[in-house]
Write a new protein. Structure first.
Length: 345
């Protein structure tokens, strides 16, 4: 009796190759999460069948667009002249993929990324996400694509001025956003995260925010703890990006000679989202300790729930929380991950 032919699934590399034919955004100006989520799903233990399913469902439901037609090659001597021009996505991607193959991942990041630090907010920091996952995978094509994405969607916020900082507490920087004149009347163009970021950053009173935080060896840890508290206390979609974003930045920072400007720019972005989150107060130390003590499923169960989810932010949060807990040793990461995927209330 003839046996049925085995179903052949594409596998991660094949799907990523196909996914690179798509634009980094889809209408209206939303980030295409496919490459990053597929890498996360693979590392969480998803089967090749699930990778295929997830890719096809996301591609069809979001009506992903092909890359725009090329305009003109990006010239190395004048590579920064078209920053922020989305019509140059294909040109920038081709340039940075070439530069990544020429220089290698470490050198291309050190060479080009410092000049783009003020544009970290572009596409709601998803170029940073794609870069981090490319770094994690050690994938030249993904790193080059991410740098091209960053360049094409570059969104400049007020740069650091060198004014002396006045606090070493990341939470205080967020809390004081509510005192900025006009902060409760800002008007973003749409509800897109990066439109909210841009509108808040344009307020004159927001300009000093990037300089306020005294930066030291413990600052990344304190930012991580504050971001985790912000998300645990709100479970807010915008606050989710403070947890995942610090994971992305931690991965990329290993390839930077000086990561401080990037951490400052990142915290500036999170501060700009405080109004959208609803001007929250951070939970008290006692409240956080009570959250940590909650019974939560083991990581294996949380990972299975994330793999089964069609929500890209479920996968992103669970994978980042898993990786961040390994570094910062805070069990609250497991609690918020279980909450996000609906395993506990």
């Amino acid at each position: 009796m003839r046996q049925a032919a085995a179903v052949q699934f594409s596998g991660l590399e094949t799907i990523l190759s196909r996914a690179r034919e798509d634009s980094v955004e889809f209408p209206y100006l939303l980030a295409n999460h496919i490459p990053m989520v597929l890498i996360a799903l693979d590392r969480l233990g998803a089967s090749p069948e699930r990778l295929d399913q997830w890719y096809e469902q996301y591609r069809d439901s979001h009506k992903l667009q092909p890359m725009p037609p090329p305009v003109a090659p990006i010239i190395r001597a004048a590579w920064a002249e078209a920053l922020g021009d989305r019509t140059r996505e294909t040109d920038y991607r081709a340039f940075f993929i070439g530069e990544t193959h020429r220089l290698g991942i470490d050198a291309v990041i050190r060479t080009y990324l410092p000049a783009m630090v003020n544009g970290l907010a572009g596409s709601a920091m998803h170029p940073l996400m794609r870069l981090a996952y490319g770094v994690l995978k050690k994938d030249n094509e993904e790193v080059g694509t991410a740098l091209g994405y960053w360049a094409a969607c570059y969104l400049p916020l007020p740069p650091a001025t060198g004014t002396a900082p006045d606090t070493d507490d990341p939470g205080r920087v967020l809390a004081d956003v509510s005192n900025i004149e006009g902060i409760r009347d800002y008007a973003p163009e749409t509800d897109l995260l990066w439109h909210n970021i841009r509108a808040v950053a344009a307020l004159p009173g927001f300009r000093p925010v990037i300089d306020r935080l005294a930066f030291g060896a413990a600052t990344p840890r304190r930012m991580a703890a504050t971001s985790l508290a912000l998300f645990a206390g709100t479970m807010d979609f915008s606050a989710l990006h403070s947890v995942t974003g610090l994971h992305w930045l931690r991965l990329v920072s290993l390839h930077l000679e000086n990561a401080e400007p990037f951490y400052r720019a990142f915290w500036q972005v999170i501060a700009s989202l405080v109004p959208k989150i609803g001007f929250p107060e951070l939970p008290t130390a006692e409240a956080l300790e009570e959250m940590r003590s909650r019974e939560a499923p083991v990581w294996a169960e949380i990972k299975r729930a994330a793999i089964a989810s069609d929500d890209e932010h479920d996968v992103s949060l669970v994978f980042s929380a898993l990786q961040e807990e390994e570094v910062w040793k805070d069990p609250l990461y497991r609690v918020v991950a279980a909450c996000r995927v609906g395993l506990i209330a």
